[in-house]
Design a protein around this ligand. Structure first.
Ligand SMILES: *[C@@H]1O[C@H](CO)[C@@H](O)[C@H](O)[C@H]1NC(C)=O
Ligand SMILES: *[C@@H]1O[C@H](CO)[C@@H](O)[C@H](O)[C@H]1NC(C)=O
Ligand SMILES: *[C@@H]1O[C@H](CO)[C@@H](O)[C@H](O)[C@H]1NC(C)=O
Ligand SMILES: *[C@@H]1O[C@H](CO)[C@@H](O)[C@H](O)[C@H]1NC(C)=O
Length: 425
């Protein structure tokens, strides 16, 4: 017997807000968290070959000292930024789930933590390598600061969570994989509760230059998912954490339930480390796996991975067509991407977008894709393929929903998909 798994708490720190509610409101308002790289504090310190037209979406004005007693002065010195981001999101999620003040009443050994990061701390790596090269002594915190599982380590200590401690690091699929892993841990009875999600603090000139060299980032500073003029993603950062809980545990403590995790799919393209397979084969199979036996017609909305690259958006479109468009339905399936507003949060993308997907279900509204003007139309796009889904543009659309899917794909060939169902008492 496996347990049903529900979502009972949400926390987020994004380029468009310091809480879930602020981020969600700004997303619906069409606010952009993207600004020119030249405006970033400290950017000019680096002799970077990065054109000033490049955009970035970092968590603007983040200062851990603004959070009062959440961080001690020792924490501020010893924790890397991605861990600080994760702690802010964890605190919000625990409060939201009504757990923060009741942690002592819970069985700590049944409360786990699955928090991933794609790049962990590029800043600490960079600073330490420079210092080391100049003959300086390394800080004893260097090693723990650059480990991707340290957000999980610090959070387990802070809140005394003694169940599963695990870290997914699967590039841009990290957030989805962390939530999927936590879902399975609870489903299989390892834990009753789990903080699950991801954190990324990757807006750094070294990362920017690397992605520019890999030709993944757009030089024009605008993220345009699914649009004719899309030309690459915009580097973003942030954190998203969810409280996942077995249905039984949630009901016993009278928790407010947002949604049920209904399915999880993960596959490999086995094709190329950075490019998608042309027909979107891996993504198609991931979505099918997440749907399991659910009729694709039942899905009301897909929160797409769509990062604004020519090949990636096209492959995802083809995959969605194969999964959904071939099943006749009254109205076309609604699809949108959050990356026009906040850029691509790498490992944290799937976690924050899962939160937005759940908000969509809860509020009955599909956010539009910012900067989407003409769907398809980039060199090589087949015009017919872009007519089969309703790509929401211009403004949010009200829609009563039951099922929504969210995709995340990562370098290395990973394709992942999560299916959520709106909770109805
Ligand atoms: C934003 O990016 C710049 C990189 O130039 C960095 O200096 C800054 O600390 C980043 N993060 C925040 C929270 O501002
Ligand atoms: C963060 O806030 C503290 C206290 O207000 C201040 O001393 C510090 O300079 C700030 N740090 C940054 C990077 O702005
Ligand atoms: C958090 O992790 C850092 C290493 O990244 C460690 O030095 C510090 O002691 C930890 N703090 C807590 C409160 O767990
Ligand atoms: C599947 O994963 C790969 C990673 O290599 C990613 O680039 C691609 O976009 C994903 N597939 C599709 C169809 O998007």
């Amino acid at each position: 017997m496996t347990s049903r798994v529900v979502v009972t708490g949400l926390g987020a720190l994004t380029p468009i807000g310091k809480t879930v509610q602020e981020s969600w409101t700004n997303l619906l308002r069409g606010k952009s968290g993207i600004r020119p790289v030249s405006e970033l504090p400290g950017f000019k310190e680096y002799e970077s070959p990065c054109p000033a037209s490049v955009g970035v979406a970092n968590v603007s004005d983040f200062n851990a000292s603004d959070y009062g007693t959440l961080f001690t002065s020792q924490d501020l010195r010893r924790m890397s930024t991605f861990t600080q981001f994760a702690i802010v999101a964890a605190q919000e999620a625990l409060i939201d789930a009504g757990l923060l003040n009741n942690l002592k009443d819970l069985n700590a050994e049944r409360f786990g933590c699955v928090i991933g990061s794609g790049t962990a701390s590029i800043q600490d790596m960079y600073d330490s390598i420079l210092a080391f090269d100049r003959g300086k002594r390394l800080s004893p915190t260097f090693v723990p600061k650059i480990l991707a599982n340290m957000a999980c380590g610090n959070i387990s200590i802070k809140y005394q969570l003694k169940g599963v401690s695990h870290c997914a690091s699967t590039a841009c699929a990290t957030g989805n994989n962390a939530i999927g892993d936590a879902y399975n841990f609870i489903r299989l009875g390892y834990n009753d509760l789990c903080l699950a999600g991801a954190s990324e603090a990757c807006v750094h000139p070294l990362a920017l230059s690397g992605f520019l060299r890999a030709k993944s980032i757009t030089a024009d500073g605008v993220s345009r998912p699914f649009d004719a003029r899309r030309s690459g993603f915009v580097l973003g950062e942030g954190a998203g954490l969810l409280v996942l809980e077995s249905l039984e545990h949630a009901q016993k403590r009278g928790a407010r339930i947002y949604a049920e995790v209904e399915g999880y799919g993960l596959t490999s393209d086995a094709y190329h480390i950075t490019s998608p397979s042309e027909n979107g084969d891996g993504a198609r199979r991931a979505m099918k796996m997440a749907l399991n036996r659910l009729d694709p017609k039942e899905v009301d909305y897909v929160n797409a991975h769509a990062t604004s690259t020519i090949l990636g958006d096209r492959a995802e479109m083809q995959a969605m067509n194969q999964v959904f468009a071939e099943h006749p339905r009254d109205k076309l399936l609604k699809v949108s991407s959050n990356k026009g507003s906040m850029g691509h949060l790498l490992g944290a993308a799937g976690a924050v977008e899962s939160i937005f997907t759940i908000k969509s279900l809860q509020d009955g509204v599909v956010p539009h894709t910012l900067n989407l003007e003409t769907a398809g139309g980039a060199a090589g796009d087949d015009p017919k393929a872009w007519q089969l889904l309703d790509l929401v543009q211009g403004k949010p659309v009200a829609l009563e929903m039951r099922y929504a899917l969210t995709n995340s794909f990562g370098f290395g060939g990973i394709n992942s998909s999560l299916l959520f169902r709106k909770w109805e008492d």
